[in-house]
Every structure is written in structure tokens, then in C-alpha cells.
Design a protein around this ligand. Structure first.
Ligand code: ADP
Ligand code: MG
Length: 410
């Protein structure tokens, strides 16, 4: 059975209609304004869309409003009204002696695996979380410096994995603060990806968002501008590259680099025979022989790459199944109609969309540019302060949790 043309019956009586935006009445607090502006706001609270024109103008003028997707593989920066200002690999090259930044992004990536003695090349983010705080801070500061003039104080909205712990959230907040941010809002990447892919914050129906990035695959069920449940798996782009490297090592006794494995995945990675033309299903690969350390060239086929990728794909399918299994019946019914939204660079793997469709029997949709959905979603929230206030992850614990912790510590 093919799911390519299958469309859910959208007018089904059990499929509730979308809530109208007028249904939403909530308030934004004045502390959303920058610290120096508080006195300018004459009221303690203002209604949605309220606030004087003058305050808004001053606020806009002195602020650098940026949405940031600090990904394991790519970092993107977006500014409302201007679009995506930067899309560079999350790589930084540092001088080994004085710790100064030599290069970031594409330039630094070119040095990876062939760096001169005096230079260290870092990928400071692993699985969506900061593993080296100082290096991340330097990378982020340099990247932000590339797109801003540095004279204004920043308001940054940063996407982080839903599974990030309080300590990990704190480290992202601190790194963004040290990079020039005066107000930092963290948003769940699953939610940001959904909004970036076109979901409405007011839509109370549940949607399944699968973001296959470099370090992690984030699977989230989102509804009413919030995350209902989510899960992060290590089975993502980097795991696919590692799997290809393992395959070549055990079948050809050859060692290949990260960069070569990724290129092989992009060129030959396809989960269906028909996804690649017949004359392009073979590629020559040069690696380092395990026996004597010399270079050796071998021919590798698309079938072999598919075999290497299979365990990672199976893990992703199992992860999505588990999230659906654990969901409430109402959410599962909504997902039956709405299908799943596929985002992240990993979803560009040829044949992945149709494979997930047929294995999970759900319609899959993909935005035009799946790599920038998280940053676009964060940018949309940045433009809508009242929605951002509702969606942002709070630095403090909810009241009930604080009370529980107090009891435990007593
Ligand atoms: P992150 O958010 O973790 O930085 P991204 O969403 O930017 O990750 O996706 C990066 C991953 O997508 C990398 O592992 C890269 O190899 C993979 N990728 C990018 N383009 C393709 C493609 N055309 N085919 C397969 N994988 C791809
Ligand atoms: Mg990502």
C-alpha cells in the first residue's frame, strides 16, 4: 500500500476545528520590557498587542533581536524582517597558545582532521548540549559578532532539546548571556520546529514533530503552543556517519574520516533503489588501510550504504512508535489525521520520508527547508512577545515542584 497520495479526512466530525485566535485572552507582564525601560511603562501589565508605540519603538531601536538554533552540526541565526543571517557549522578553531579564535564555521570545518600544530579545532556541542562551555561561548560570540554591530543589547531566543536538564539549560543561557544577550528566552526545539514548519500556536490539536538533526533525533507531540510529550534519541545524522565508518572498517579494513562518511551518506545514502539513478549507485572511496596505514581506494555501492544505515533508521522508527504508544488516546487520534512533520538535516536522507510513511502508516510532511525550521519557529515567537512569554522555558521551577523540593530537603 502506498501512502504517498493518502490524505486524512480533514472534515471528519471527530476532528475538532481549529480554535479561533479571538478565543485567547491572556496578559503579558511588564517585566518583558528591558530593565531600563520598565519605568517608561506606566502600567504593571498590558493587554496582548498593547503597550505604547513609543516604548515599542525605543525597545526595537536598542535591541538586537535574534533567534538562534545552536545545533550539534549547524548554528543558524535569524532576525525577524531580515531572514536567516547566518548558517554555519558549529565548529571553532582556537589558537592553542592564547586561546584566541582563529576561525569559525565553514573555515574552521575545513581545518578539521588536518589542523596545524598550533591550532585546535572543536565541535563544542554534542547531542544538542554544550560539552565545552568556554569554547561554545567563544564560538557563539564570534558568530553573533559576524551578524551584529555589537552596540545594542541583545534579546535572544534559543532553541534547545526538550530533554535538556536544568544544568544544560543554564549553560546555554549563560553562554548566550556572555555572547551579548541581556534577555535570553529558551524554547523547546520540538515546538520551535513545529511552529517553523507552519503550525499555529492556537491550534489545540496534537501534532507529531520529528526533528532528525546531527546529534539527536527529537520526537515531540505538540499542541496548543506547548509540548505534550517528547523524547530524544542519539540515532541521528552523526550516528548514520559513524555506522558507515564502522561498516567500511569491518568490511574493507579501511579507516575513513568523519567528513568522507558524511559525503558518502549524502551522495549514496538512499533507502530505496529508485531514489538514485542506476549509473550513480557506485562511488570510489579512498581510506587508510588498517594493515599498513597506506591509502587504498575501493568501490562502494548504494546497497552497502543502505545496509550500514539500516540499524539507525530502525532505531528512529522504534523511537517514534514508542512516543505514539505512550501518548493519550486523544493525541493519537489527532496524529492519525494530522500525520507527522519531518524536519532537521537528517530528514533529507533520500527515501526516509516514504520509509517512515509506510512503516508508521502516517502521512509525513516536510517543510521546504528542513534545516532552518527550528530557527524560523524561534524567530516567529520572537516577533510575538505574548506567545513567546507563554512558550518559553522558565528558569525557575513551577510552584508545585518548588514546594515538593522544599519538603524533600527538609
Ligand atoms: P543540528 O540541528 O543537530 O545541527 P541539522 O538539522 O543541521 O542538525 O542537520 C545536520 C545533519 O543533517 C548532519 O548529520 C548532516 O549530515 C545531515 N544532512 C544534511 N543534508 C543531508 C542530506 N542531503 N542527506 C542526508 N543527510 C543530510
Ligand atoms: Mg537542530
Amino acid at each position: 500500500m502506498s501512502y504517498g497520495n493518502w490524505k486524512p479526512p480533514l472534515n471528519h466530525p471527530l476532528y475538532p476545528p481549529k480554535a479561533s485566535p479571538e478565543d485567547n485572552h491572556f496578559f503579558v507582564q511588564a517585566y518583558e520590557l528591558p530593565l531600563g525601560m520598565r519605568s517608561l511603562a506606566s502600567v504593571k501589565t498590558c493587554q496582548v498587542g498593547g503597550g505604547t508605540v513609543a516604548v515599542k519603538f525605543i525597545e526595537k531601536f536598542f535591541r538586537n533581536e535574534l533567534a538562534i538554533d545552536l545545533g550539534t552540526v549547524n548554528t543558524l541565526i535569524y532576525q525577524p524582517g531580515k531572514g536567516v543571517l547566518l548558517n554555519e557549522p558549529s565548529v571553532v578553531a582556537l589558537d592553542r597558545y592564547d586561546g584566541e579564535v582563529v576561525s569559525v564555521g565553514h573555515k574552521a570545518l575545513k581545518l578539521l582532521g588536518r589542523e596545524p600544530r598550533g591550532i585546535e579545532v572543536h565541535r563544542p556541542i554534542r547531542s544538542g548540549n554544550i560539552v565545552n562551555f568556554e569554547v561554545t561561548q567563544k564560538m557563539l560570540r564570534t558568530l553573533i559578532g559576524k551578524v551584529t554591530d555589537g552596540f545594542r543589547f541583545g534579546h535572544f531566543v534559543v532553541g534547545i532539546p526538550g530533554s535538556a536538564t536544568a544544568v544544560e539549560q543554564r549553560s546555554v543561557r549563560d553562554a548566550a548571556h556572555d555572547a551579548g544577550g541581556r534577555r535570553i528566552d529558551l524554547v523547546d526545539e520540538g515546538l520551535a520546529a513545529g511552529i517553523g514548519a507552519g503550525l499555529s500556536i492556537d491550534d489545540e490539536r496534537a501534532h507529531l514533530v520529528v526533528d532528525i538533526g546531527g546529534g539527536t533525533t527529537n520526537i515531540a507531540i505538540v499542541a496548543s503552543g506547548g509540548v505534550v510529550s517528547s523524547m530524544s534519541l542519539p540515532a541521528a545524522g552523526n550516528a548514520m556517519d559513524e555506522s558507515i565508518r564502522d561498516y567500511v572498517r569491518s568490511n574493507y579494513c579501511l579507516q575513513i574520516g568523519e567528513y568522507t562518511a558524511e559525503a558518502l551518506k549524502r551522495e549514496l545514502g538512499a533507502l530505496n533503489d529508485n531514489d538514485i539513478p542506476a549509473d550513480e549507485r557506485k562511488i570510489q572511496l579512498v581510506g587508510k588501510q588498517l594493515s599498513d596505514g597506506f591509502a587504498c581506494a575501493v568501490q562502494i555501492t548504494a546497497e552497502e550504504v543502505r545496509e550500514a544505515l539500516e540499524p539507525v533508521i530502525n532505531e528512529i522508527v522504534t523511537g517514534i512508535r514508542r512516543v505514539i504508544e505512550d501518548a493519550q488516546p486523544e493525541a493519537v487520534a489527532d496524529i492519525y489525521y494530522s500525520g507527522m512533520i519531518l524536519t532537521g538535516g537528517g530528514s533529507l536522507l533520500k527515501g526516509l520520508k516514504s520509509r517512515l510513511q509506510s512503516e508508521l502508516q502516517l502521512r509525513a510532511t516536510m517543510p521546504e527547508d528542513p534545516i532552518s525550521t527550528v530557527v524560523l519557529g524561534a524567530g516567529i515567537l520572537l516577533d510575538q512577545p505574548e506567545q513567546l512569554y507563554r512558550c518559553a522555558i522558565r528558569p525557575n521551577l513551577p510552584v508545585w515542584q518548588e514546594a515538593e523540593e522544599l519538603v524533600v530537603s527538609w
